[in-house]
Design a binder for this molecule. Structure first.
Ligand code: PLP
Length: 375
């Protein structure tokens, strides 16, 4: 059994994907081909955001946003402690100070209460300028943007939505990657919408920031690549990846997102009385980058993982360590607040196999194995 079955997805979409890749090879338009523009148009339309700018990966997408806002030395950016490393790494890479904020126990997303305390703490100390909230849509569910937005307004902060795992999620009718002043996503193969290598995108309604990011991603280009008006990076999505994504986006919209929600619902129905199943807030819709359950304690979690493995079932621990405790942040300026929930989650969380192509039989095996261990 695969944790996320990309081979099966390829088998389903093979004729279209092969044809799309072949077209790119034949035109030899490997960089900035028409497929890239087509994809950007489709993604902007899907998310309801004015500008979509693709780039090389989800980490670069965050960096491009921070560059557009000129965030760097002396600035504070508020980041959840429970997320993939890139969310905090990019902030430190730009020379700004990541302020680690705790998360909500039921959604695993940034806690508005913890955020408020962190902002006040930084303001009181007066050493850093609070600039932005980097909110992550963890495991597919959008963060609580109505509360985050009111905190952002109160303290004049920008919101950067890290939608690397959130693409396809919704609050009401509004789509993920439209909640930030700038939003980002990743097309890493295992993300809700993945390509066949690395890829990413930024989204914004702001014309000025969009123009800056379009320039930064191609060596700070002015008129063209050989007219350089500022120091940028080389971060484009290549045409083959865009061609793959154009095919995959259609499948994602037509049935994959619905199919993965169906599988997630079944897990919840079968497991909710045995373990703590993930909570989706009222009016929220998840794209289920992960389906993560909470066990009683570390011993039970580790025991279950071994038991599943013995039964041929893969599972993953996202994340085994709070970001603030990563070795990389040891010698680096950062601010910690109370991070108790994150500490707990790292010990008790376990992600189960989940993807749109999972059969009832495969899922039944996971459920039975889990019940066999816990009941
Ligand atoms: C995957 C991920 C990223 C980075 O995306 P890449 O495309 O791998 O660079 C950033 N933030 C979060 C929350 C992620 O899950």
């Amino acid at each position: 059994m695969e944790f996320r079955d990309l081979k099966k997805q390829y088998q389903e979409l093979k004729p279209q994907i092969d044809a799309a890749m072949k077209r790119v090879c034949q035109t030899a338009d490997f960089i900035s081909g028409t497929e890239v523009k087509e994809l950007e148009y489709m993604l902007a339309e899907y998310t309801g955001v004015k500008h979509c700018i693709t780039c090389a990966n989800g980490t670069d997408a965050l960096t491009l946003a921070l560059m557009a806002w000129n965030i760097g030395r002396g600035d504070a950016v508020f980041v959840p402690d429970f997320t993939f490393f890139a969310s905090g790494e990019t902030v430190a890479y730009e020379g700004a100070v990541p302020v680690f904020v705790d998360v909500e126990e039921d959604t695993f997303n940034m806690s508005p209460d913890s955020l408020k305390k962190a902002v006040r703490k930084v303001k009181e100390e007066g050493k850093l300028v609070p600039r932005a909230i980097l909110a992550v849509d963890l495991f597919g569910q959008p963060a609580d943007y109505s509360q985050l937005r009111s905190i952002a307004k109160e303290y004049e902060l920008l919101i950067l939505e890290d939608g690397a795992q959130g693409f396809g999620g919704q609050i009401g009718k509004k789509k993920a990657c439209s909640f930030g002043d700038i939003s980002t996503t990743s097309f890493f193969p295992a993300k809700p919408l993945g390509c066949y290598g690395d890829g990413g995108a930024v989204f914004t309604d702001n014309d000025e920031w969009a123009a800056l990011m379009r320039s930064y991603r191609i060596h700070g280009k002015g008129e063209d690549k050989y007219d350089n008006v500022c120091i940028g990076v080389n971060s484009r999505l290549d045409t083959i990846q865009a061609a793959v994504l154009n095919v995959k986006l259609e499948a994602f919209r037509k049935y994959e997102l619905e199919a993965v929600n169906y599988v997630a619902e079944k897990y919840t129905k079968e497991l909710k009385d045995i373990v703590k199943t993930p909570h989706v807030k009222d009016g929220y819709y998840s794209s289920w980058a992960q389906y993560s359950i909470l066990l009683k304690n570390e011993k039970e979690r580790n025991g279950l993982q071994i038991h599943l493995k013995e039964n041929g079932i893969p599972s993953m621990i996202y994340y085994p360590k709070p970001m603030s405790r990563q070795t990389a942040f040891k010698g680096i300026d950062c601010v910690k607040t109370e991070l108790k929930v994150t500490e707990e989650l790292c010990k008790r969380i376990l992600a189960l196999p989940l993807h749109p192509y999972m059969t009832a039989e495969e899922q039944g095996k996971v459920i039975d194995s889990l019940k066999g261990f816990l009941m």
